[in-house]
Structure formats: structure tokens, C-alpha cells
Design a protein around this ligand. Structure first.
Ligand code: GSH
Length: 224
């Protein structure tokens, strides 16, 4: 029996790519939830209480119990609200999805974020590494609309920042990583992703992201 949507809350931060994954997952499953905006630079007692270990968002609250970590939250949503599955249904492909979910964070996000927080030779190195990871994704998407096939799923949500946030990072950092002419499969995926009904328009405006990430870059560069 499906669990009720009662008592579902998501604690987030407006520009967090990790929070957006979870929001989209809930939308895809039709789960109603209350959204609670957090100031990650001035953590509230609520967040410290809900996620005392890392203090990060997103945090899902369901039936009074809290859960951090975006990919783990997405897996939890799949277990509790099993309709409209995000992960593949068979064990092998589900394990593969988890591999690519980890690749999204540990390789793609990490290297692209580094291009925003660096300059000079360090930035050039980071750009090369990031482009290498996009090449891997380009190959993975050959003959597929989404990472799992025809339907949007867990890996797409994990990679979603590439579609709407990476272009802003590139502009702020004045680098080119995602050249659509070099990555046609990824460009087609980006278009399918941002135009999907559950995703379309459900991310911060380009201008707001630009201002925010410009500030983040300045702060990082001052620390070097
Ligand atoms: N691996 C975590 C990353 C979450 C994360 O880094 N969240 C950032 C916001 S984008 C945060 O809460 N930062 C506050 C802090 O580090 O104190 C996930 O996937 O949920």
C-alpha cells in the first residue's frame, strides 16, 4: 500500500542543485510537500536539529523522521512511493544507476564546480578534467533520450545541474566546458530534460544564479 503524502517536508536552499533533484523527484511522483527555505550561511536551529551530522540541505522530513543526502532521499522516495519509479527495476540496472549517480557528484559536479572556484593553470586543468567527464556522458547517452532510456529517472535528476546551472558557471568563470557542437547527445538530453513537464521552469532564473555564483567565485578566489 502506498504511504500517504501527509507530513512530507523538504528543507532546502533556493539555488542548491541538490535540493532541486529532490523537488523534481517529488514532482515526478506527485508527492505533495511543504517546502522550508533555509539560510545555509546562517543555519537555523531547525536544520541543526534535523541534520546534526552535516548541517546540509536537502533534508526530507517524512512522518516526523528526517533524512539528508539528495541521492539517498531520491532512493527513499522510490521505496515509499513506488509508482513512477526513478531507479531501474532490475537489480543490475539499479546498481548501474547508482554508479552513474555517484559519477554525477564525485566526477562531473566536483570538476565543474572547481572550474568556478579557480583561475589560471588550476582552472585550465579543471576544465580539461570536466570536459573528459562530459565525453564519458556523451558516450553513455548514445542512442538514448535519457540516461536510463526513454523515461526520465534517477540519473537524469542527479545530472540535472549540467542542463541549467553549468551554463551559468561557465559564463561566470569565462570558460567553455559544454560545447554543444562537440556533445550532440548531451545537448539533445539537455533539451529533453529542461523541457520535461516536471522540470520545465522549475529552477532559479539565470540572472539570480549569475549574481549568486559570481559572488561565490569572488569569495573562493579571495581565499586562494
Ligand atoms: N551530498 C549532499 C550535498 C549537499 C550540499 O552540499 N548542500 C549545500 C547547499 S548546495 C549545503 O547545505 N551547504 C551548507 C554547508 O555546507 O554548511 C547532497 O547530495 O545532498
Amino acid at each position: 500500500m502506498e504511504k500517504s503524502n501527509k507530513g512530507v517536508q523538504l528543507v532546502g536552499f533556493w539555488v542548491s542543485p541538490f535540493v532541486h533533484r529532490v523537488k523534481w523527484g517529488m514532482k515526478l511522483k506527485g508527492i505533495e510537500f511543504e517546502y522550508i527555505e533555509e539560510d545555509i550561511f546562517n543555519r537555523s536551529p531547525l536544520l541543526s536539529h534535523l541534520n546534526p551530522i552535516t548541517g546540509k540541505v536537502p533534508v526530507l522530513v517524512h512522518d516526523g523522521k528526517s533524512l539528508p543526502e539528495s541521492s539517498i532521499i531520491l532512493e527513499y522516495l522510490d521505496e515509499i512511493w513506488s509508482h513512477a519509479p526513478l531507479l531501474a527495476l532490475d537489480a543490475y540496472h539499479r546498481a548501474e544507476d547508482r554508479f552513474w549517480a555517484r559519477f554525477a557528484d564525485e566526477k562531473v559536479l566536483e570538476s565543474t564546480w572547481l572550474t568556478l572556484c579557480s583561475k589560471g593553470e588550476n582552472q585550465e586543468r579543471a576544465v580539461k578534467v570536466a570536459i573528459g567527464h562530459l565525453e564519458t556522458l556523451e558516450e553513455k547517452l548514445r542512442g538514448r533520450r535519457f540516461f536510463g532510456g526513454d523515461t526520465i529517472g534517477h540519473v537524469d535528476l542527479m545530472m540535472g545541474f549540467i542542463a541549467y546551472m553549468l551554463p551559468v558557471w561557465e559564463e561566470v568563470a569565462t570558460v567553455t566546458i559544454f560545447d554543444a557542437s562537440k556533445f550532440p547527445n548531451l545537448a539533445a538530453w539537455k533539451s529533453s530534460f529542461v523541457n520535461h513537464p516536471a522540470i520545465k521552469g522549475d529552477f532559479p532564473s539565470k540572472d539570480e544564479m549569475f549574481t549568486y555564483f559570481q559572488w561565490r567565485r569572488e569569495v573562493y578566489l579571495q581565499m586562494i
